[in-house]
Structures are given as C-alpha cells and as structure tokens.
Design a protein around this ligand. Sequence first.
Ligand SMILES: [Zn+2]
Length: 299
Amino acid sequence: MKRRIIDSHAHLGDIFHENKNITFKTNIKKGSYEDPFIECERSGYNIPLIPKDPTDLINAGQSRSWEWTLENCSREMDEAGIDFAVMLPIWPNTTFEEYLAASKLDPRIIPFTSADFSLDTAELAAKLRLDIDRGAKGLKLHPTIQNMPLDDPKTVAAVRVFTEADLPVITHTGSNPYYVPGSPWPTNPANSEPAKIWAFCRAHPDTKIICAHCGGSGEAFIKAVGDLKNVYTDTTMCNRVNMQNAVSLLGPERLLFGSDVPFGSFKPSVEEMELAFADRPDIADMCFYSNMARLIHMD
Ligand SMILES: [Zn+2]
C-alpha cells in the first residue's frame, strides 16, 4: 500500500507578532542565518532542541516563519509526499481566513481555526461556529503566544464549541520561550507548563485534546494523562524512541504524525517516523494517516 500522510501539526506564514503577511508572497528564499533547527533535524530530533541560551533558536524560528510561504510549503509537501497538512493558525498573528484561502490554492491544506480573544465570550463562540460552517476542522490553542490561560472562561467557551461539534482541540505543550528578553510582545510561557496542560485535559473529558510535541515531555505526559481516552499527542520534534514509547503506553490510536513546519521540516519528520515503525506497517499507517482522518471525519 502506498504511504498515506496527514501532517497533523503544521503552520503557514508569520505566527509571531510582526504581521509580515508572508503566506501569499512568492519567490522567497531561505536566508543565511544561524539555524540550530538544521542540526536537530539532521539528527532525527535526537539532539535536544532547546539550548541554554535560546536566542539563536528563537531568532531562527522567526526567520523560518518569515520565509514560510504557501509556495515554499507546497513545494516541500510535494518533495516529502505529504498528502494533507493540518494548518494551525495562531490568532492574532495568523487566522482561519488566511488558511482557508490557502486551502483554496492548495487543496491539501486542512484549515483549523483559532479563537479571536478580542471578542466577548458569546461573539467568540459565534465566530468559531461560523468558522466550522466554513470548513474549520479543529481549534488551535497557543496559551504562550496568545498569552491566554487554558482555564480562562473565553478558552473554555471556545473549547465547548469544538466539543459540541466533535472536532479536536490542539494545544501547545511545554513552557519554552518564543521571544528574546525585552521583546515588546505579550507572551507567557508558564501558561503552557505541563501541569496546566494536564489539568486542562482532565477539565474537558469529552473533548478530543491533542497535546503537541509528544506531550512536551514524553513519559511525564503519559504518566499524567495517559489514562484519559480523550487525550492524543503528536510527533512534532520527537525522535523515534519518544514515538515508540507513546505507542506502547497510549496505544497506537492516539499518536498523530506532525512536523511543526516551519520549525520542523516534513522530510526528516517523515523519515524518523518511518524508522520508528519500520516493522509495524499497520501502526505506521494509523499514526501517519488514519488516526487524524478519524478525528476530523475525513472520508
Ligand atoms: Zn506548532
């Protein structure tokens, strides 16, 4: 059987706060700058990504997002054999509208949405229902970049919309910084620390929740919420051992392939998962494709 791949965790354009309006630009090439992501990718995500001084990493992440146009993304999808990519906007920097438009230009793109926290709670929920009617297949929460706690009433209202629609909610997991000290942007890494993510999973037992990045911390994640059948994780920035552990402890139906482009890359992410489940083609197909297809009701 031909390998089928849904990347369940991808971004497009500038997810940070500078509003560089990147997605629809053309002929943007990779610049020359210190890029610690490259070494990590080459190692199959086997060397730790977050160094003691994260300045180069943070700057490289921003540079990568400023080069990450739809044109570049589509070409790399071709090269890596990605059938579909779930695109995760982070309001206010990227939006559902941007990703819906991108999906009209490249139908492999599956848009999720992001809550507009500038609205009042009722308006926020109504907007998300409209997004679902227009094709949003899930909700992205980024408590750090959005500076919005997971137990805020607005977050809770947003989650409820997706629980009612039986669509998944994905949250960033892990308290890494996104800006260098002194940046003017509002951010709060503590909003995404593991204990708060675990409490969020327990507070919403009827919601299908994806805790990104192998639960941020691998085994601690599994220990904390592995018993909850509503909880999933993705393979972004994870090596094969993390992936194998997730499957043996959570079961094969709760791990989703993801690259986190433009911070990860499609090709090394695919290669690492191929290696993780080389002797289990049934599990590989579940994690690469059918688990996510089921969550978003793809036929
Ligand atoms: Zn991400």
